[in-house]
Write a protein that binds this ligand. Sequence first.
Ligand code: ADP
Ligand code: MG
Length: 469
Amino acid sequence: MGEILTKQRTIWQAVLGEIELSVSRGNFMTWFKNTHLLDDGTRTGAVVVGVPNVFIKQQLECKYNDLIVATLQKNGIDANEVIYKIYTPSTPREAEEPLPPPAVAEQTPAQTIKPIASPLDTPAKSFSHAYRQGINERYTFDNFVVGSGNELAFAACQSIAASPGTKYNPLFLYGGVGIGKTHLMQAVGNAFLAKKPGAKVLYVTTEQFVQEFVDAIRFKKTADFVAHYRTTDVLIVDDVQFIAGKEKMQEEFFHTFNALHQANKQIILSSDRPPKEIPTLEERLRSRFAWGMSIDMQIPDFETRCAIIQSKAHEHDAELPNDVVDYLATSVQTNIRELEGALNQLLAFCEMRGLEPDLGVATTLLGSNKARPKHLSAKQIIERTARHFQIPVEDILGPKRDKDIVMPRQVAMYMLRSELHLSFPKIARELGRKDHTTAIHSVEKIEKESQLDPSLRTAIADIKGRLYA
Ligand code: ADP
Ligand code: MG
């Protein structure tokens, strides 16, 4: 039981990691954050996803079901249908332990849901939560790998956590997506709370901040809003570029900023660009943002990326051979979140299939994640496959049924599917076949066999390598 649950957790982590890349951060946090895979369907045939409330259930059913099904499939779970169940682990910690059977924890929507709660209600609901709101224990200084690109930001954050509000106020971190801004800011929150458990540390995304402000006005609770934000010891606001163009919000933010700054409370901000490049940011706010220290974060270099992969693999109790680590660090060069996504996908895939994560599996599984040249055509794939197996293209396209020809033909079909995502009828046509069920059968066969047969995997990796070289 425990093992299955660990497996489900790993898979769901991989699925969430991928989904995170395809939806906005705000949407991800709102709809996916507290979801769990309760049943992967292997025994019961039904894939069950636990969700915290009925709104999220509806949203996932109506809007994200296709994305979830597709991402589950990519991670080895065939989910024709996903059932969304209301599920709340009694404490967040318990979610880390083996989960109780879903039936026990299931609740009726009426029990779990209040009418759409204004985010302002949150502090009243849980006292202790109000004082560490939005801080995720997962992000610490300990599990942040320091290297080129992030060392200055790391040092500044550590020094802030040691004595917030005294220097670098505000701290403004900027840089591309997925390079560790959120992680570092959250780590400040965790470190400071560890030192001073009673402190009030608040993390919000700018989208959330704006939404809460809008709600506060609508529900005539602006005084609460102001009190909530102006009484923090450390205020962390993520992705402030989203405040661009929102004049009223900038005004409110300006006042909050001043109040906190005057009281020597720490403010930490992040953005995908420096303050001076945020369009329609009021001048006075722009100058406030630049008051303290602005740090440009860059994607870590190859060695640091390797260290990050090793550390993340370690968190999953997995050992990766060096060539796999090198391969991952080389194939994902711009974004640590993507790097993590690739790693999670690899680990989940291997766990599902009982394989060791070696270079063959990694290239087969992740090879197509690489930026694919737009000009790649079906013809090129077929030619490349024929050349690899040293047979004439006419044989692949022709009627012969010799084993030496059938197998390469099947590989060609598989490649058309995995690299160009062609439909089965289209694959059949490209290969001069009338019946598209042959294409389905061939693709499935190669998918299965490549799991078992390392030489087939190498062949596929080799063909891909040359196609994308
Ligand atoms: P950003 O906020 O810059 O878009 P995040 O902080 O969300 O990026 O980082 C994306 C993911 O990569 C997170 O899961 C984070 O834990 C991880 N990450 C980024 N940099 C590092 C690092 N140096 N060491 C360990 N994990 C990292
Ligand atoms: Mg971020």
